[in-house]
Design a protein around this ligand. Structure first.
Ligand code: IPE
Ligand code: IPE
Ligand code: MG
Length: 249
């Protein structure tokens, strides 16, 4: 697929979150080391971000490193962190030109200093950009994010036994200035969320691609967007209510 129809363009997600999986298998199938896969995976980020800009998806979130990925071999972790640094250094100029604001979610204090520093610097430098929003999930785990939010909520409401509404609680999540993801894409054929945006995904549509992340380029992304555009999101209502919204209230 290399083009969306006009109807599909009218029905695009505002926020797409991607679980970039399969770099290791991609490399293995080429008899190459895992880091070769990660390097090609980073290259592919550019293709996906450019496609988002081309069709008009303003929020992209990328699961780059999970809390549980801390259990990977040291060499792989440090290789990933160097790739992150390289990527941010290389992309700063085009992020500024294109108006891309970088954000990060996850526990940045668990990253090596050099990586944390460049992430924080890039966030600061792109803070005034408003056109596009790229969020990296780094040392991110949804359960950890929620537990931290609960603790902070408790500190701010010390003697309250009131159960907060979602509107009262969700600002304590790290995604507080992002809309909920409309579409979550996972590559490499795995049907799981792996501790990614568990609460924010309450009504997200899920798309699993069999392709490994380095192969998930423009065409595959457009196919996922087209698939999304042709779904019916009901949010608990009936299909009839969705089609006749004026008669429901
Ligand atoms: C995704 O690719 C990248 C990260 C999790 C950092 P993987 O490294 O998980 O690749 P596979 O799943 O082993 O193929
Ligand atoms: C999920 O991929 C995390 C990222 C893409 C960063 P994993 O490869 O770590 O997930 P599992 O272990 O297969 O569930
Ligand atoms: Mg994996």
């Amino acid at each position: 697929m290399n083009q969306l129809s006009p109807e599909e363009k009218n029905n695009l997600p505002r926020h797409v979150a991607l679980i970039m999986d399969g770099n290791g298998r991609w490399a293995k199938s080429r008899r190459m080391p895992r880091l070769f896969g990660h390097r090609n995976g980073v290259e592919n980020v550019r293709a996906v971000v450019n496609t988002a800009k081309e069709v008009g998806v303003p929020y992209i979130t990328l699961y780059a490193f999970s809390t549980e990925n801390q259990n990977r071999p040291k060499d792989e972790k440090s290789g990933l962190m160097k790739l992150l640094e390289e990527f941010l250094k290389k992309e700063l100029r085009s992020m500024m030109e294109d108006g891309i604001r970088l954000r990060a979610i996850g526990d940045l204090s668990g990253l090596p200093d050099f990586a944390r520093r460049i992430v924080e610097e890039t966030i600061e430098q792109t803070r005034e950009n408003t056109q596009w929003n790229l969020t990296l999930a780094l040392n991110y785990g949804s359960r950890q994010e929620v537990l931290r939010a609960v603790a902070q909520y408790g500190q701010d409401h010390p003697s309250s036994s009131h159960i907060p509404s979602w509107e009262e609680f969700s600002p304590y999540l790290q995604t507080s200035d992002l809309p909920d993801p409309d579409l979550i894409i996972r590559t490499s054929g795995e049907f799981r969320l792996s501790n990614f945006l568990l609460l924010q995904a309450a009504y997200a549509e899920i798309f699993v691609s069999p392709l490994h992340w380095p192969d998930f380029g423009r065409d595959a992304f457009l196919e996922a967007l087209s698939n999304y555009a042709n779904r019916e999101r009901r949010f608990g209502k009936t299909s009839e209510q969705i089609h006749q919204p004026l008669h429901t209230s």
